[in-house]
Design a protein around this ligand. Structure first.
Ligand SMILES: [Zn+2]
Length: 284
């Protein structure tokens, strides 16, 4: 992220980094870069791990390496965008809010099916399932599809700023942004008392194998709100090839298994519904 400016300070005319994803598909991994204010803005790109290894072997042999760099990446300036928000108002305590969501944007090398189309779909679907089944919980459940996670996180910051007056009444925030493969459970950050409740709720998901509670939860979009207001935060956890494919041309919809998608939606729906409906507020 800061590598190109560091290289430029040493006279580099361009910077190539080894993709942070694992080897396997020979695909470069797209990501964000931030130029320092005090260095020339040189072109920068990621190369696939396999190609980085090749360059390394050539260098180790003492070969002279010539790279011709042709890039189309460019910046088109600022435009207005929006988060998409929908909610099921709570039947008893509508002012207390449980937020679930993912982010709408993605890197344009792939379709963004796993990062984060799937996250948007399963959180939206969780809310739709409650509505379809006529299950209106005590508290409000709000789905937020954040914009601009990948290159600035401004959807998450804007949510925090626009909803500041009700954040103290956010009971829980959950983000799905690590893929929608076989769910294993949730990551959780919050008090140990809240963790025990989350663990008990997750035990309801034994039939689909999603009972595990990891030591840390959250997500880039909910982070600004969570950090400032100490809101208990969860992330949907899955097993699968997310890290290999996200931010690459391989992040396409045919990699998503409808059965996994359904299980992820079920896991989010159960966790969210119980937290929104139980008599006491999570953590109390
Ligand atoms: Zn993402």
């Amino acid at each position: 992220m800061s590598g190109p400016s560091r290289a430029a300070r040493h006279g580099a005319v361009a910077a190539l980094i080894r993709s942070i994803g694992p080897t396997g598909l020979r695909l470069p991994h797209t990501g964000v870069l931030q130029y320092g204010p005090d260095a020339p803005k040189i072109p920068a790109a990621a190369v696939a791990a396999e190609d980085a290894d090749l360059l390394q072997r050539m260098a180790s042999r003492g070969q002279r390496i010539v790279v011709r760099l042709q890039m189309e990446a460019h910046f088109e300036g600022e435009v207005e965008s929006a988060n998409v928000v929908g909610e099921l108002r709570g039947r008893e305590r509508p002012e207390e809010i449980v937020v679930v969501g993912g982010h709408l944007d993605s890197w344009d090398v792939g379709a963004g099916a796993s990062d984060d189309g799937g996250g948007c779909i399963v959180t939206w679907e969780a809310l739709r399932l409650m509505k379809k089944l006529g299950m209106r919980p005590r508290r409000t459940v709000r789905v937020v599809l954040f914009t601009n996670e990948e290159n600035g996180g401004r959807g998450g910051l804007a949510y925090r700023d626009a909803h500041r007056s009700e954040l103290a009444n956010h009971v829980m925030m959950l983000e799905s942004d690590t893929g929608v493969f076989q769910p294993t459970g949730f990551g959780f950050s919050g008090t140990s008392r809240a963790r025990e409740t989350v663990r008990a709720i997750a035990s309801l998901l034994a039939p689909i194998g999603a009972t595990r509670i990891e030591s840390v939860g959250g997500g880039a979009d909910i982070e600004p709100s969570v950090r400032e207001f100490g809101i208990p935060s969860l992330s949907l956890e899955v097993e699968g090839e997310y890290f290999l494919i996200h931010h690459t041309a391989a992040d396409t919809v045919e990699r998503i298994d409808p059965a996994h998608l359904a299980k992820c939606a079920a896991a989010v729906a159960v966790m969210t519904y119980v937290v929104a409906d139980m008599p006491h507020r999570l953590g109390e």
